[in-house]
Design a protein around this ligand. Structure first.
Ligand SMILES: [Zn+2]
Length: 400
């Protein structure tokens, strides 16, 4: 068994305390003994003894002194970067992002957009496993130190039971069991939007805010909710499914099986559908050539066209921004968040989507309520999902 896992999973009281210290260092960075003693609710001599033991066993390190204005400069303790490693996998519609981080959370290796097409088929699951295995094979670190692989999956995912219900639900046992068996590592799964929310919270634009709504507008649309610094899951992990709220009297069938879902009008999928309709009608666009040659038009192509000032694509993204803002106005009225983060692929169009969102929110939310909310774009941009996966990969090993 891995040394670090042995140290924290012995089942003793001391092992539990060590786990708590690690979790605190993950969430807060390097810290002093007196702060850590407060966290574990113990005296400074007892905390010192445990921390010295953890340093000796190699899970944490001393990282210099805290700069203070007073006379004493207490030592800072933090995670030992080489004690463990974690893998994150972020599945997109057309491509897989995969990365390795060390115990401190530094990115060691990152592959963006490994060619892949997400289909809900056993073959697509096989291909995903091949991509993960190839990524692990090329790593030069001690592979026994890889403690978890966390995979972001869209749709209904129960991270606690390890079941994915919307995608890769082929057997009557949890998907994580199948993946553990085939990969030979511990595996956890999470809903993609929730993983992005956590990534942005831990490593993105959030500084001190604790009540946050993260909007993932990519191929689909969903929100992640953070309440008082904790990601809100709902009873079975299905919270945040904004995309499947009945919003329109249209005849567009949603992939969830219902009609009139928000996602049928406000999502990358909807934008793609409308673009193809317009191109068929003969509208001109930077993407006309690609369309005429029957080449696949990806969401990233549309984002690129918007950023190159393609008028047709700008019109489409503005329309989506306006409609999204109307719905976010309602969400703001309900949650009164400190921060609303617009993330996902369509957020890469920057002001083109943000301006109509902000205008709609101002127009439709309660004045006094929306004054509290900062509306901003994701700082991690197209890496929100992969950084979120890596951070959750590490978190899952140490949380209770
Ligand atoms: Zn739906």
């Amino acid at each position: 068994m891995n040394k670090l896992l042995y140290e924290i999973e012995k089942g003793t009281k001391e092992a539990l305390i060590k786990k708590k210290i690690i979790l605190h260092l993950i969430q807060n960075g390097n810290n002093t003994i007196s702060e850590l003693a407060k966290t574990i609710d113990m005296s400074i001599p007892t905390a010192t003894k445990i921390i010295n033991d953890m340093c000796e066993k190699g899970s944490i390190n001393e990282y210099g002194k805290l700069e203070t204005t007073g006379g004493r400069h207490p030592s800072l303790y933090g995670l030992n970067h080489d004690a463990a490693y974690f893998i994150g996998v972020d599945i997109k519609q057309f491509g897989v992002n995969i990365a390795l981080i060390n115990f401190k959370g530094d990115m060691i290796d990152l592959s963006m957009s490994v060619p892949y097409e997400l289909k809900n088929s056993p073959e697509a699951l096989d291909k995903l496993i091949v991509i993960i295995k190839e990524f692990i094979d090329r790593q030069t670190i001690d592979k026994a130190k890889v403690l978890n692989i966390a995979i972001n999956i869209s749709g209904r995912v129960n991270s606690e039971s390890g079941y994915s219900y919307s995608i890769f639900y082929f057997e009557e046992r949890p998907l994580v069991d199948i993946l553990r068996e085939r990969l030979g590592y511990r595996v956890t799964i999470d809903n993609d939007t929730r993983a992005m929310t956590y990534g942005e919270y831990i490593a993105g634009c959030v500084t001190k805010e604790k009540d946050i709504i993260f909007v993932n507008i990519s191929w689909g649309i969903a929100i992640g909710i953070i309440i008082d610094g904790k990601v809100y899951n709902g009873k079975s992990g299905f919270s945040g499914e904004l995309g499947h709220v009945k919003s329109y009297d249209n005849e567009v069938l949603c992939h969830c099986g219902k009609k009139g879902c928000l996602e049928t009008e406000v999502s990358g999928l909807a934008m793609h559908r409308r673009l193809i309709e317009k191109l068929k009608e003969g509208a001109s666009s930077l993407l006309s050539k690609k369309f005429a040659k029957n080449e696949q038009i990806k969401l990233s192509d549309i984002v690129q066209a918007v950023n190159k000032e393609d008028v047709l694509c700008i019109d489409l993204v503005e329309d989506i921004g306006r409609k999204l803002g109307e719905h976010l106005a309602g969400i703001i009225n309900i949650f009164n968040p400190e921060m609303v983060i617009i993330g996902g692929t369509l957020a890469l169009t920057g002001d083109y989507i943000m301006q109509p969102i902000i205008t709609s929110i101002r127009k439709y939310s309660l004045n006094l309520v929306n004054k509290d909310s900062v509306i901003t774009t994701s700082k991690l941009k197209d890496k929100t999902g992969i950084i979120g996966a890596c951070m959750i990969s590490r978190l899952r090993v140490f949380e209770n």
